[in-house]
Design a protein around this ligand. Structure first.
Ligand code: IPE
Ligand code: IPE
Ligand code: MG
Length: 255
C-alpha cells in the first residue's frame, strides 16, 4: 500500500479548535534594502536584522509556538560579494557568542540544518557547540537554516537513500515520499504550518521546498529589521483565517 506523503498529524486536520501554528518558518529578507533606504551600508541592515531576530525569538516563544525555523544563509548567498559574506559570517559568530548563553537560559534548543562540510572549521565548531549546549532544553526549538538550500537538502536525502539501496537494505521500489522525508536534515520535525517572508518578495528562494508542501504562506511587506510582534500576530491571524485542506475537503463538508 502506498504511504501517504503527508504525516499523520497533518491529516488530523484543523477541526479541533484553534491551536497556534506549531511550527513557523521565517524567511528574514530585506536587510539590504532597509539599509539602502537609509543611506547605510548593507552590513548595518544585517546588524539590525539580528536585533529583529532576538525580538522574534522572544515573541514566538511567548505566543506558544513550539518550533521556529529561520533562514539565515542560503546555499546561493555565497554568490554575494566577499565583504558581505564576511559581514554575515561575523554576525553569526557574534550571535552565537553573545546570545547562546541567553538562549540556553531561556530553555531554547538550537538545531542547525544545511550543509556543514564546506564551512570554515571555526563556524562548524560554533554551530556544534550551540547544539550541544542546548540539546536537553525543552522550550522553543530554534532551527537555524545555515548554508541551506531546499534542493541541496533533497539531494542529500537522495544520497542517504541511495546508500541504503547500494548496501542492499532497501529496494528502489520501496522508496516512497515518506522514506525521502525520513532522510532530510531534521527528519523528526513536523512540517511548518506557517511560512512568513518579509520584504514583499513572494517566493521561497529554495527554503524548505520539501517541507512546505502544505504550509500556509504569508508575505509581509516590511523589511526584516522592522519586523515586530504586531506583524507576527497579524501573520498568525491570517493563518487562522486560512482553511487547510491537505487535498481533502472542508472539515465539516458532508458530515
Ligand atoms: C536577508 O536580507 C539576509 C540574507 C539573505 C542573509 P538581504 O541581504 O537579502 O536583503 P535584500 O533582500 O537585499 O534587501
Ligand atoms: C533568501 O533571501 C535567503 C535568506 C533570507 C537567508 P535572498 O535575498 O537570498 O533571496 P532572493 O535572492 O531575493 O530570492
Ligand atoms: Mg534578499
Amino acid at each position: 500500500m502506498p504511504e501517504p506523503a503527508v504525516s499523520r498529524e497533518t491529516l488530523d486536520g484543523p477541526d479541533s479548535g484553534f491551536e497556534p501554528p506549531r511550527h513557523v518558518a521565517l524567511i528574514m529578507d530585506g536587510n539590504g534594502r532597509w539599509a539602502a533606504e537609509r543611506g547605510l551600508p548593507r552590513g548595518e541592515g544585517h546588524r539590525r536584522g539580528v536585533e529583529a531576530l532576538r525580538r522574534a525569538v522572544r515573541a514566538v516563544g511567548e505566543l506558544g509556538i513550539k518550533i521556529l525555523t529561520i533562514y539565515s544563509f542560503s546555499s546561493e548567498n555565497w554568490s554575494r560579494p566577499v565583504t558581505e559574506i564576511r559581514d554575515l559570517m561575523g554576525l553569526l559568530r557574534r550571535f552565537i557568542r553573545n546570545d547562546l548563553a541567553e538562549l540556553h537560559k531561556s530553555n531554547v534548543r538550537v538545531r542547525i540544518i544545511g550543509e556543514r562540510e564546506d564551512l570554515e572549521p571555526e563556524i562548524r565548531r560554533l554551530l556544534e557547540e550551540a547544539e550541544a549546549l542546548t540539546r536537553n532544553n525543552d522550550g522553543l526549538l530554534l532551527v537555524v537554516a545555515f548554508n541551506y538550500g531546499g534542493r541541496q537538502e533533497i539531494a542529500r536525502a537522495a544520497q542517504r537513500v541511495a546508500a541504503l539501496v547500494a548496501a542492499g537494505t532497501l529496494r528502489p521500489g520501496d522508496i516512497t515520499a515518506d522514506v525521502i522525508g525520513r532522510h532530510l536534515d531534521a527528519p523528526d520535525l513536523p512540517d511548518p504550518d506557517l511560512m512568513i517572508r518579509t520584504s514583499g518578495e513572494q517566493r521561497l528562494s529554495n527554503f524548505l521546498l520539501w517541507q512546505s508542501a502544505y504550509s500556509e504562506l504569508v508575505f509581509v511587506p516590511a523589511y526584516w529589521p522592522d519586523f515586530d510582534r504586531a506583524m507576527l500576530e497579524n501573520a498568525i491571524a491570517e493563518y487562522r483565517r486560512r482553511e487547510r485542506r491537505f487535498g481533502g475537503l472542508k472539515a465539516r463538508a458532508g458530515s
